[in-house]
Design a binder for this molecule. Sequence first.
Ligand SMILES: Cc1cc2nc3c(=O)[nH]c(=O)nc-3n(C[C@H](O)[C@H](O)[C@H](O)COP(=O)(O)OP(=O)(O)OC[C@H]3O[C@@H](n4cnc5c(N)ncnc54)[C@H](O)[C@@H]3O)c2cc1C
Length: 506
Amino acid sequence: MIKSVVVLGGGSAGFLAAISIKSKNPHLSVRILRSPDIGIIGVGEGTTIAFPRFLQGYLHVPLREFFQVAEPTFKLGIKFLWGPRREFYYTFAKEYEARLTGLSKPIGFYHDHDTQWIGALSALMAHDKAFVRNADGTPNLSLPHGYHIENEKLVGWLESHARKVGVEIGDANVAGVETGPVRTSGREEKGVTALVLADGQRVTADLFVDASGFRSELLGKALGEAYQSFEKSLFCDRAVIGGWERTDEVVKPYTTVETMDHGWAWQIEHADFINRGYVYSGAHVDDETARQELLRKNPKIPAERTRVVRYRSGRRARTWIGNVVGVGNSVGFVEPLEATSLGVIALECVMLADTLAETIGEPGPMIVDIFNKHNGKAWDDIRDFLAVHYAFNTRLDTPFWKDCREKTDLAGAAPMVEWFRENGPSTLVKGILMPESNSFGFEGYLAMFVGQKLQYPKERKPAAKEVELWRKYVAKFGEQSRTALSVMDTLRAVHGPAWNVKAAAR
Ligand SMILES: Cc1cc2nc3c(=O)[nH]c(=O)nc-3n(C[C@H](O)[C@H](O)[C@H](O)COP(=O)(O)OP(=O)(O)OC[C@H]3O[C@@H](n4cnc5c(N)ncnc54)[C@H](O)[C@@H]3O)c2cc1C
């Protein structure tokens, strides 16, 4: 029976795993070991809707304190400077697959070249607004949203919260790992028997969580779990990161992703800082040329404040082996084009913490196999979805983008592409062609296909009379957003003394 857990790593993955396990299994001893010499990755600043839901709905963190210490801002989705349109929005609401009274087809069919927004959330985004108001004027935070949040601030807050829920935290360098047969998941398998610290101390536990980031000390190095690369679908392998102190720029309620010569760049909005990062392919451009492009297009970035991060896209074949469970970058990584890592971490944490609770610390082989399959699928789904971002972006004709259009392996996204080319943004086979568990769902694919103007038969387009009614809806969405609150209005409200968490979410 599992009674003690050691988490290797004190980045966001390690702390979230430790907090989840301890909160749902208070009887377990949970200890984090992390190396101040190695530090944390220090990037990872956008989330999907899954992350606030996890913090509030699963961990029930004190929201006011979280807002004050971790200082997130609010994100309604992504603005794409991508494909032939000037821009398009992909929100956390279901806008492309929604239907409106009087219109015979899902909204995706009506998004012509002239429409800038197609629903309530994209209209808010287009007007730099974040939330509509409750009757008392406060922001209605029940609208679907994610966060922009600085990695160091998030980890700082997680550390203090972890201590409060009873997680023990130690600074140490793990210099070696002892392996041997274990029977933690109901069958004998190779596992970890002890961590050996730099001072020679041996640390044992019933379960080890590998949250050691890209180093993957346990899953990768010690247990040698196979790595499945996503390089056939995702060609980028590094990012140059920079940013500047905000002066008079409006805090946008979205992440901007912009097509660049050899990849793409994010713009993430913190209250006092604008963070930019250019994700590119080392096979198409060298680091210095990429850095110069980022600086040229963002003259406010101080040249001395850029840094390059290298990565590879892919995942370990299994996440849980014997008495080792991986969480975060130690298991898998894809570039943050949809800002998905914290969402996957949340998924891993929920499943692990609930498994320990429900099996009373004695997980059997079947739950471990399902855990592995489910987590692997989550990573593969993200790869598939990102592949359609690359394969159909016609904005630039540089060698990188030509290669993307010609060579991107669509992998599991191929049936969705085929469906769209034949039927346009139809939702007829929603839930059949793609399981509801896919985190982007039909909506995500429709957003990327319609947004990038992937072609489908003309005769499926709506009649002129319907388009007239559609324009009225568009005008109404725009009108509603004019009186809504901006990100800064919302921050002032949630940091103010009178803010009532429960009332705001109604
Ligand atoms: C360029 C880039 C942009 C990103 N953008 C986003 C984004 O917008 N949204 C998003 O959700 N995610 C994003 N991510 C991913 C995100 O940063 C991570 O998924 C997340 O922060 C989790 O990191 P981690 O905890 O797994 O790893 P890390 O933060 O690297 O933590 C690893 C921990 O392990 C410890 N450790 C490692 N080896 C040892 C050892 N031998 N002994 C002791 N301790 C050890 C380290 O000290 C550290 O505490 C991005 C990543 C990159 C590279």
